[in-house]
Each structure stands twice: as structure tokens, then as C-alpha cells.
Ligand binder design. Structure first.
Ligand SMILES: [Zn+2]
Length: 486
């Protein structure tokens, strides 16, 4: 064969082969979004063509985030995003005790602790501590689904099959709040420092929806991925999983809390973690903008409580009271404590005398040690919306900033703590294209963590009638003219 013919023959064979593969090659060389693989067509796109839209709210709780952390030098991306897309209330408050479980319970139910009955991180019926049947006291039962007396926004919207819910939490404390969500993931079954695979609870649809989840997001800590990174990765991965778009996302960023407890508040370590969260939020904002999903998304960025630095070792309050002849149980919730006196019947003169004596003695202790900002007898619990049915004991104490107590077997906590009146100030931002760009709202009267649920309901147009009789918060859209529905 002539040389020229050989070349021509080779070319024909090459063109023949390429004709089969050129589609594949161009598909591989092009951007992913050009793929016509029907599995990868965005429901957003389909529903937009059908004249509908995917509504989405992303509720992010930055655990232990003080509102003064939101500043342009510390969190420049969040600060800028806030000015471009919405507003931030300068004066927002959580409930008492200003703790993680009670804070998130009120955040997700819109109800105060005297409605939810969740007034701290642990549930204890403080008044029944001396009861002959110890089961009555039921300490540490925060996983008990039946204690909480108000339903969450997730439980309210879940019967509606067109609204998908997704719960992403750094903390195992929150299980009972996410129980009814369509899917639930966290970096680990146990708390921050352990290792392991993400959990799908309970019988979550998510592992079915996205079996590659773990390989995409990685293990929390298993691959030395810091927890807050894992949480934002998990959120982004879910947002990308367009086959199963969700409408309500609850996201708890939890390592900020750990840093606060270990190192205290308003220092270089706390600020380092906030800078990291700011960069993670920037990644999230860029992701949601570039995927074209910002248009129908509402961001609520808040915190469950603040954080203050502790600088005292803690007075042993239990020993002081016992020495004065006051037998009692002290339920310590970080910056707050609930004192239970040994009387079932609150109408006896014995109870009244003992309570008066205890209150006087606490005032005396305060005149010497200056431990408390407020000493509240149970008949005045409505002042702080604390449960009045006896479970929160007979006297509520809120500790002075920086001061803590010990009990006989519980030491004072670490360098940072929350739980008192001093850690009530929280972050509250409403962001998205449908929110008016008002920047910082200098509100004199504080908005409440309980206002979040009714305001989301109003902005998303969701039917919350199932929980309207337990919601204590207000719809901020009407009071502050926040914007239009998403
Ligand atoms: Zn917390």
C-alpha cells in the first residue's frame, strides 16, 4: 500500500472512532451543568418552567455567638452580606436559662420556657428531688420526647408533604428537636471531640436520597475536618443534591460554643473561630448565589445564647445553705440555678417559712460575695417566663457576670459560660432578596428568640396553625416592615 493511502486509511479509522466518542469528549470537557443527564436536571429549573418555585429557609444558629461579634473587622463577609441582603436587630434576646437546649427549643417552637417546660440543658423536676420515688425527679431526661409541651416549626409543617425539612446539628443535645424532620445529620453521635460517621436519624430518608453522602462530606473529625467545616459542608452538599431539595434547614454551628467554654469570650481564640465561621458562611453565600438559588432563599442567622468569661473559682453555695440549716437541691444550669426546697405541699406554713428564710439568707450571701444579679421566688417566675408548675423549683438565681457557684459534687465550669441574664443577648439577622435592605435596626425594645418561628411562618407563607396556640413570639414582619413573602 502507498504511504499516502496508509495515512488516508488511518484518518478514516480515526474519524470513525471519534464519531462515536465526540459526544462523550465534549460532555467531559464542558461544565457539569451542561449535562443533559435527566438525573441532574435541577427541580428549581423544572419548577421555574412550571411557574412554581422552591422556597427555602436556612435557619443558622451560631452557638454562643455574642451579637458584638458581628462586626466588619471580625466577620467582614457576613457583615457585608447583611447590608446587601437584609437587616440585623441590634437588640435581640434569648430566654432563661440562656442555655443550648432551652434556647433552641424556644428558637424552634416560638414559645417561652413556661410554655415549653424546657428551662435549661437538662430537665429535672426540681421540686421533687427528695421524693421517695426517685423516678419522680427524672433528671437528665432531655431526650424524653414527651417533656416538651410545645411543638416545633418542623413538627408543624411536616404533615405537609410538599415541605421538606433537614436538620444539621453539631450537637447531640438537639435530637429531640429534629426527630420529626425528613432527615437529620450531625458530625457524630456523641459530642464534639469524638470520631465517627455522620448519623442518619431516625431512619432518615437522607441516606436513601444520597447514599454517597459520607464520601462527599467526610467524617466529622475522622478526617480531622473541624466540626464547623463539616456542618457547612453538609449543608452545601444537601443544597447541591437537587433531586431532593429541602425547604426548611436548621443548622447549628457548634464549635464556637466549645471555644467559648474552653477559652472564654471576646479573646483571640473566640475571634479566631468567628473568623473561621465567617469564611464558611462566605463559601455558603457564594455557593447559593452561583447555583441561582438565592432568589427564593431566606436566611435567618441567630444564636441560642451569648457567652461570658468566668474569672472566679465559684463559691460552694450548697455548702453555705446546708450550713445554715437549709436542706435543698440545686439544679445548676451554667449561669443560672434553680433551688428546690423539701416540700411537696406549697401551702404549708413550714414551706413559706423555709422559703422566706432561704431568700433572706441568699440576700445575706449576696451582700458578702455579690454572686447574684437576681434572686427570684417562684411566685415571680413570670418575670422571666420560667415555668410556674413546680418543675423549675422554688427559687431562681441568675449569677453576676463572671461569677459562678459550685455544689458539693459539681465544680464551677470552664473559662467561659452562659445561662444567666448576662448571656441573653443574641444575634438576629433576616437576609435574602425578599427582605428590605435596612442594615442594622437600632431597636430599643428587644426582639425575642421566640419571634423567629412566627416571622418565618409569615415570610414563607407556611401554615403554622398547628402550633399557633403555643407560640408566644410575635411576627416581626408587621412590626418592623421586614419585607415581602418569599
Ligand atoms: Zn449553646
Amino acid at each position: 500500500m502507498k504511504y499516502k493511502n496508509k495515512i488516508a486509511g488511518l484518518l478514516i479509522v480515526l474519524i470513525f472512532c471519534l464519531s462515536y466518542n465526540i459526544d462523550y469528549i465534549s460532555y467531559k470537557m464542558g461544565p457539569d451543568s451542561y449535562s443533559m443527564d435527566p438525573d441532574n436536571i435541577s427541580p428549581d429549573l423544572i419548577w421555574t418552567m412550571l411557574g412554581e418555585k422552591v422556597q427555602r429557609v436556612i435557619l443558622i444558629s451560631i452557638d454562643s455567638c455574642n451579637p458584638d461579634y458581628i462586626r466588619p473587622d471580625l466577620m467582614p463577609h457576613l457583615w457585608e452580606f447583611m447590608f446587601y441582603t437584609g437587616c440585623m436587630f441590634i437588640n435581640a434576646e434569648t430566654i432563661l436559662s440562656s442555655d443550648t437546649v432551652s434556647g433552641h427549643t424556644s428558637m424552634l417552637t416560638g414559645a417561652y420556657p413556661n410554655t415549653t417546660k424546657i428551662f435549661g440543658n437538662q430537665y429535672t423536676n426540681v421540686s421533687l428531688w427528695f421524693h421517695p420515688f426517685p423516678g419522680f425527679m427524672a433528671p437528665n431526661r432531655f431526650f424524653d420526647y414527651n417533656i416538651r409541651q410545645a411543638n416545633t416549626i418542623i413538627e408543624a409543617i411536616e404533615p405537609n408533604l410538599t415541605i421538606g425539612t433537614h436538620f444539621i446539628s453539631s450537637k447531640w443535645l438537639h435530637w429531640m428537636l429534629g426527630w420529626e424532620s425528613d432527615s437529620w445529620v450531625g458530625p457524630e453521635f456523641k459530642i464534639e471531640f469524638s470520631q465517627g460517621a455522620p448519623r442518619f436519624l431516625p431512619a432518615s430518608s437522607y441516606s436513601w436520597a444520597n447514599p454517597d453522602y459520607q464520601s462527599q462530606v467526610g467524617n466529622g473529625y475522622g478526617e480531622m475536618l473541624p466540626m464547623d467545616h463539616w456542618i457547612i459542608n453538609a449543608l452545601i452538599e444537601n443544597l447541591r443534591n437537587e433531586k431532593f431539595p429541602q425547604n426548611f434547614y436548621f443548622v447549628n454551628i457548634g464549635y464556637t460554643d466549645e471555644m467559648g467554654h474552653v477559652y472564654g469570650a471576646r479573646n483571640a481564640m473566640a475571634e479566631r473561630q468567628m473568623r473561621e465561621v465567617d469564611n464558611l458562611l462566605h463559601r455558603l453565600f457564594v455557593e447559593i448565589i452561583s447555583s441561582g438559588k438565592l432568589f427564593n432563599t431566606l436566611f435567618v442567622i441567630t444564636s441560642d445564647h451569648g457567652m461570658e468569661t468566668i474569672h472566679e473559682e465559684g463559691v460552694n453555695l450548697e455548702a453555705l445553705l446546708n450550713e445554715a440549716g437549709i436542706p435543698c437541691y440545686i439544679h445548676n444550669e451554667g449561669g443560672s440555678a434553680y433551688i428546690g426546697l423539701p416540700f411537696i405541699d406549697k401551702n404549708t406554713t413550714g414551706y413559706k417559712k423555709m422559703k422566706e428564710y432561704t431568700l433572706n439568707y441568699l440576700e445575706l450571701i449576696n451582700s458578702r460575695y455579690w454572686l447574684f444579679d437576681d434572686i427570684v421566688p417562684s411566685e415571680n417566675y413570670s418575670k422571666y417566663n420560667i415555668p410556674e408548675d413546680g418543675c423549675a423549683g422554688d427559687i431562681f438565681l441568675s449569677f453576676r457576670k463572671g461569677a459562678r457557684i459550685r455544689t458539693k459534687n459539681a465544680p464551677a465550669h470552664a473559662n467561659g459560660e452562659h445561662g444567666s441574664i448576662n448571656e441573653r443577648k443574641i444575634v438576629m439577622m433576616w437576609l435574602g432578596p425578599h427582605i428590605k435592605r435596612r442594615g442594622v435596626i437600632f431597636n430599643e425594645d428587644p426582639v425575642s428568640i421566640c419571634d423567629i418561628v412566627p416571622t418565618i411562618g409569615s415570610l414563607m407563607g407556611w401554615d403554622l396553625s398547628k402550633i399557633e396556640n403555643t407560640i408566644n413570639g410575635q411576627d416581626l414582619t408587621t412590626i418592623y416592615n421586614l419585607g415581602e413573602s418569599v
